[in-house]
Design a protein around this ligand. Structure first.
Ligand code: PMP
Length: 404
């Protein structure tokens, strides 16, 4: 039973008002709201367990370390990784990608080598590769899409060459909602002898993601987009790859022994975790993952799908409505423009009605160029949204429409 009212009560912020209107929060693709048990866990740990991890023989340090390492196990189980050595804690998707690009690029890429990305990537899966291109002279190849927002898999195949070293693609587009067929894309990459990085920032909160089932080599996501705290994220990597990669940052925690002559790095996963980790944040992330596991990812996916279908159908009834992204496999993200109303005006006016949507290029400017637009209005849904909120959005858009 998916008891939406009970679920909403778990998220205190949902009962606040904005400009004296009930808050309608549709900016979940940017960040999700937090259930009480996640925030409580942060407060509780600061008040009763706080001590630096992995360092102290004292009681609190050991307890904090146990909580932190238990969170790693929760993440491992959540994505079905083979070992906790494959779970690296980072600050978020962006840092996870930068880590991988830096280490992988350092070890495995030379001038003239190539990475394949897609046209619908977030800037965080473009700019790190461009920085590597500037440093090392690698080339970036781009998988195109059709007008529905589906990647062209035949074109993808053709992009592989002797120089292809890695593929890096988003699982779900944060603009179009397209769910890319990453399992098949991974198989194609493997047939060409190269690994694939999945940017799962927009899939982890909405569907079951199993790294072994996908056979993903690397997979990254952010805690704050999956009902967890800000400042914590994950890089999953197959142990056989992570073992061969050099560290990203140097410092405490990532070493076994340091002398001025020679330093021996720590083993996995600590080799990639220099400095004090956000051990309070990792506990919060584990609580968030436990929360959605208890609700059931299949139930969440089914509920969000129903909402998305309803929202899409109602939006399409609005005169002048243009929806961007109509892939056969589509997640809970709807990008749109109405007539020639600027996305910024639409977003600002909806905000006055208490409705939070995203406007702009959504950190995907190359995709905007492909679509021939500057930006969109984006409603991205979460497990706590309701049909009534969608009705409020529709009424809001109709009101703005009349004003113009
Ligand atoms: N990739 C995708 C697909 C995203 O949607 C986002 C966030 N909008 C990111 C990467 C970056 O995530 P973060 O800002 O949490 O590092």
């Amino acid at each position: 039973m998916y008891d939406i009212q009970k679920i909403r009560e778990d998220f205190p912020i949902l009962s606040r008002t904005v400009y004296d209107k009930p808050l309608v929060y549709f900016d979940n693709g940017a960040t999700t709201q937090k259930p009480r048990l996640v925030v409580d866990s942060l407060v509780d740990e600061y008040y009763s367990v706080n001590a630096n991890v992995h360092r102290g023989v004292h009681y609190l340090s050991q307890q904090a370390t146990e909580l932190h390492e238990a969170s790693r196990e929760t993440v491992r189980e959540f994505i079905n990784a083979g070992s906790i050595n494959e779970i690296i804690f980072t600050r978020g998707t962006t840092e996870s990608i930068n880590l991988l690009v830096s280490s992988f690029g350092e070890e495995f890429m030379e001038e003239g080598d190539e990475v394949i990305v897609s046209v619908m990537e977030h800037h965080s899966n473009i700019v790190p590769w461009q920085l590597l291109a500037a440093r090392k002279g690698i080339a970036i190849k781009v998988i195109p899409m059709n007008d529905k927002g589906e990647l062209l898999l035949d074109e993808y195949e053709k992009l592989f060459s002797e120089r292809t070293k890695i593929v890096s693609v988003t699982h779900v587009s944060n603009v179009l909602g397209t769910v890319n067929p990453v399992k098949a894309m991974i198989a194609t990459a493997h047939a060409h002898g190269v690994p694939l990085l999945v940017d799962a920032a927009q899939s982890i909160p909405h569907m079951k993601v199993d790294v072994q089932e996908l056979d993903a080599d690397f997979l990254v996501f952010s805690g704050h987009k999956v009902y967890g705290p800000t400042g914590v994220g994950v890089l999953y990597g197959k142990e056989e790859w992570l073992d061969r990669l050099p560290p990203y940052q140097g410092g405490g925690e990532m070493i076994q022994h340091v002398s001025f002559e020679k330093t021996v790095f720590n083993e996995l996963p600590f080799k990639f975790e220099a400095g004090t980790p956000d051990y309070i944040g990792t506990t919060g992330l584990a609580k968030a993952l436990d929360y959605i596991t208890a609700l059931g990812l299949d139930q969440i996916a089914a509920y969000e799908h129903e909402l998305t279908v309803y929202a899409t159908q109602r939006l399409k009834e609005i005169p002048g409505m243009r929806i961007f992204g109509e892939a056969a496999e589509k997640g809970a993200v709807i990008s749109f423009l109405v007539g020639d109303i600027h996305h910024f005006d639409m977003g600002t006016l909806l905000d006055r009605l208490g409705i939070a949507v995203r406007t702009g290029h959504h950190c995907a400017q190359p995709l905007m160029q492909r679509l021939g637009i500057e930006g969109t209005v984006r409603a991205s849904l979460a497990l706590y949204n309701t049909k009534e909120e969608i009705d409020a959005l529709i009424a809001g858009i109709e009101r703005v429409n009349k004003m113009f």
